[in-house]
Design a protein around this ligand. Structure first.
Ligand code: TYM
Length: 326
């Protein structure tokens, strides 16, 4: 574990399989950033409990996400990989944050407003979600939080919460900053909306060739035929080419504009490039699928390391809020 480097923490919910939006928007950065930061990569299982309410499924998703982290290149020798529930201090700190945060403030959160607008039933856990995320980040003196655009507001709430705590109880928390890659802030799904498990418009990061082909071929486009000029900037297939077809990009763009490329051909190129990109990831993942014990050991070790850190921070927090009597 490198000393004297900036501390970085990010997390992913084990609420289903990873998709290429998660990878391009956030996880891909982890691999590079772990070389220059003291890094914590968390599996947010208590966050996922707001949507996955099947014990077997949550446990399975958690193990799967640990394997995904390892398969994309997070190195357990260099970084801490842990699951949130192994560090109960996250829940303790979240409660303290609940007590200094008002309902109207949390009601301004996008996720809450979206759910309310859709008349969804909102659990107390979902409402308080940003408080637990603030605890995840602030417990480790995190300075950098690599995320996709959709999580930006959560980091802003985290900063506000840290400032508020510091104001009430004295200087305690470092203010973290989000790290969002502009070009991949929001990766579109096959229907053009943000790629998301909950919209069912995602392409799995470890998808097999059959799934890649069928998903890519069903990407929604306008109805322009061969010979017609097409606008690359509004085309979801082209948006994905930007990530997976970099070498051919100028040529594809030119052919969109001069009308010589059909959407079918464009999709075939994308499917091929995606298959080439995913195949080695799938292979690497297999090595961990064959060795669950090793994955569990990595999680246990990461959890113990993270907990030690979190306990130190909580000792200070408890002192400040007045729950330490002896
Ligand atoms: P989650 O599990 O929804 O997503 C994990 C990461 O993937 C990014 N992402 C995307 N980026 C670009 N385009 C997309 N279509 C796309 N879909 C997802 C997300 O922005 C995220 O960075 N609340 C978090 C998990 C969390 C966390 C934390 C993150 C819990 N505690 C502490 C950072 C720090 C979430 O639900 O991410």
């Amino acid at each position: 574990m490198p000393e004297g480097k900036k501390i970085l923490l990010s997390g992913t919910q084990p609420s289903g399989r990873l998709h290429i939006g998660n990878y391009l928007g956030a996880l891909r950065q982890f691999v590079e950033l772990q070389k220059t930061h003291e890094s914590f990569f968390m599996i947010a299982d208590y966050h996922a409990l707001t949507s996955v309410q099947d014990g077997g499924k949550l446990a399975e998703n958690t193990l799967n996400l640990a394997m995904d982290y390892l398969a994309i290149g997070i190195d357990p020798e260099e970084s801490v990989i842990f699951k949130q529930s192994d560090v109960p201090e996250h829940m303790e700190l979240a409660w303290i944050f609940n007590c200094i945060t008002t309902m109207p403030y949390l009601m301004r959160a996008h996720a809450f407003k979206d759910a309310e607008a859709k008349n969804k039933e909102i659990s107390v856990g979902k409402f308080e979600y940003p408080m637990l995320m603030a605890a995840d980040i602030l417990l480790y003196e995190t300075e950098v939080v690599p995320i996709g655009q959709d999580q930006k507001q959560h980091v802003e709430i985290t900063r506000d919460t840290a400032e508020k705590f510091n104001r009430i109880f004295g200087e305690t928390f470092v203010l973290p900053a989000p790290l969002i890659l502009d070009e991949v802030a929001t990766v579109p799904g096959i229907d053009g909306r943000k790629m998301s498990k909950s919209y069912g418009n995602d392409i799995g990061l470890f998808a097999d060739d059959g799934e890649i082909e069928s998903k890519v071929m069903s990407i929604v486009t306008d109805s322009k035929g061969v010979g017609e000029t097409k606008d690359p900037e509004t085309c979801t297939v082209f948006a994905l080419h930007k990530f997976f077809s970099q070498n051919e990009l100028p040529d594809i763009e030119r052919r969109y504009r001069d009308g010589s490329m059909s959407y079918k051909e464009s999709k075939e190129i994308l499917a091929k490039n995606l298959k080439d990109f995913i195949a080695p990831l799938r292979e690497k993942r297999k090595t961990f699928e064959r060795d669950h014990d090793r994955v569990i050991e990595i999680l246990k070790k990461g959890g113990a390391f993270a907990r030690e850190r979190a306990q130190k921070k909580m000792a200070d927090v408890r002192l400040k809020v007045g729950t330490t009597l002896y």
